[in-house]
Design a protein around this ligand. Structure first.
Ligand code: ZN
Length: 207
């Protein structure tokens, strides 16, 4: 079974990816991991990626496609794959269709406003490492556990979160359309408890 998993940052995509790959015994192919592994192992592609990233640029489509193509040609992907973080745009999706088209695309449907609220309400304690949500602790400025001043992680900054979610939306909508026309989109309500989301994924996959 060849699957793509689409889900916004903060949608619980990572957890579902782990469940899916375990249940269906599929390799989890994430572009984030691919970049890291290839750079670490200094593969020819990895060296190219590193060169681009060292200049502060994003990895170009062609190079990303090459990395994924290379990974999907490995023996463990013969029975299928779960792609995570790829494709990101219509060009990448078109390329993937050329060399190893997916059977199904799981789309975790979540309310982006809720995700934004969940992420931007997080407060963390630099001293004891605890993290809280303002919904539960209220608007306090010190750690309820140890009294240290609470901080907002850089990634949880409202502007950053808004930007990340809007980039996700802009990138993903055309993909949902693209795979929808191919009859491959499986929508799953991601605004549910983790186990229920997974139950629904298994149900829509029908096996
Ligand atoms: Zn603390």
């Amino acid at each position: 079974m060849k699957l793509i998993l689409l889900g916004a940052p903060g949608s619980g995509k990572g957890t579902q990816a782990a469940y899916i790959t375990e249940k269906y015994n599929l390799p989890h192919v994430s572009t984030g991991d691919l970049f890291r592994e290839n750079i670490k192992n200094e593969t020819p592609l990895g060296l190219k990626v590193k060169e681009v990233m060292d200049t502060g640029n994003l990895c170009p489509d062609d190079l990303t496609v090459e990395l994924v193509k290379d990974r999907l040609s490995k023996a463990d992907c013969e029975k299928g794959y779960l792609l995570d973080g790829f494709p990101r745009n219509l060009y990448q999706a078109g390329e993937l269709d050329e060399f190893n088209a997916p059977d199904k695309v799981i789309n975790l449907v979540v309310d982006l406003g809720k995700i934004e609220h969940r992420i931007t309400g997080r407060r963390s304690c630099p001293k004891c490492g605890a993290s809280f949500h303002v919904d539960f602790i209220g608007n306090v400025s010190n750690c309820p556990d140890c009294g240290e001043a609470l901080t907002i992680r850089k990634d949880d900054n409202p502007e950053t979160v808004k930007e990340r979610l809007s980039v996700y939306k802009a990138q993903t909508e055309p993909l949902i359309d693209y795979y929808g026309k191919q009859g491959k989109i499986l929508n799953v309500n991601g605004d549910q408890p983790i186990d229920k989301v997974f139950e629904d994924i298994v149900k829509v996959l029908g096996q």
